[in-house]
Design a protein around this ligand. Sequence first.
Ligand code: RB5
Length: 366
Amino acid sequence: MLLKIAVGCDHTGIEHLNELKKYLSEVSLEYGIEEVVELNGEDYPEVALSAANAVSSHTTDRAVLICGTGIGMCIAANKVKGIRAAVCNTPELAAISRKHNDSNIIAIGARLITPSLIPQIIEKWLSTDFEGGRHAERLNKISAVEENPLSLKYGKSGERLTIFDHPLIQHKVAMIRNKNTSVKDFRDLIQEITSLMVYEITRYLPTVPIKVETPLAITDAVACEGRSLAIVPIIRAGIGMVEGILQLIPNAKVGHIGLYRDTETLNPIEYYCKLPDDVNEREILILDPMLATGGSAVAGIELIKKHGGQKISFVCIIAAPEGITKVHEEHPDVHIYTATLDSHLNDHGYIVPGLGDAGDRLFGTE
Ligand code: RB5
């Protein structure tokens, strides 16, 4: 494989950088180095971030960065997704950073080593392969957090959890929490929040290429694939979210699930279920504004799976950690989307601080 390597330094590393460029041009044939790109910047953060961006976006394969210690370059580069930068001021560290960490950037400290050591460090770095195996598993744990920072807090669950931090969504959530918000406003806000969330939730809906005739020409365009989405509110509060989705996706099919809680066992019992015939082919969004204990969510998901549903997401407005854990224990394949995550459940199973009973507030039955 031909390699593109970015190089750069701050004011401390000019002499070392010259040595580095000289060495890379000498060994370019031996290591298949197709191109060495020199990156400039005002200080080490600019140089490191531009190199990291080039590696992360695959414009270049690897980078070697030089500052006083290597530390600043390394810290800055590691802020960028996909970067595994290591300070390597010895040939041994350069080799092990490849073997164990699959380093794609190394940083060198010009104040700590003489320029004459550069060829030995780079030689080890270019000639050593990543060992994979258990080291790859360790790196995967790091990339999982990079992909979804929530996995730090929720482990595996965090990989299938999206919490919306959009200011508009949070603004509207604050309004529905307010006990003085009227039934009409509450209903409108639930719809608006759902619409804003669905814009992101449907980001990966399948599309098909189509041709469109504009007043000027025929052009290529895309359309959402037909039969792609089904929404299934859990009666009754989930109904309040339906219009928010239909306004954007009027052709989505709507199923309904009715569950009530047995007053003795507190288990959810099914009393109604009507789903689209082709539910097995569709992306299914189960709707319920509150994910509290997770009992109804788990029962709803089970019911849909029993009818053949496969690609299921759960969409709520407020979730409690207890509900998220329960859903992911029983259904680790289900992605949970929530506008916000609250602190805990009280002794009656209500989300705190929450907003009270979403069904009552939607339909004025308090
Ligand atoms: C610059 O004086 C120095 O701080 C920088 O080159 C680098 O060592 C930072 O980590």
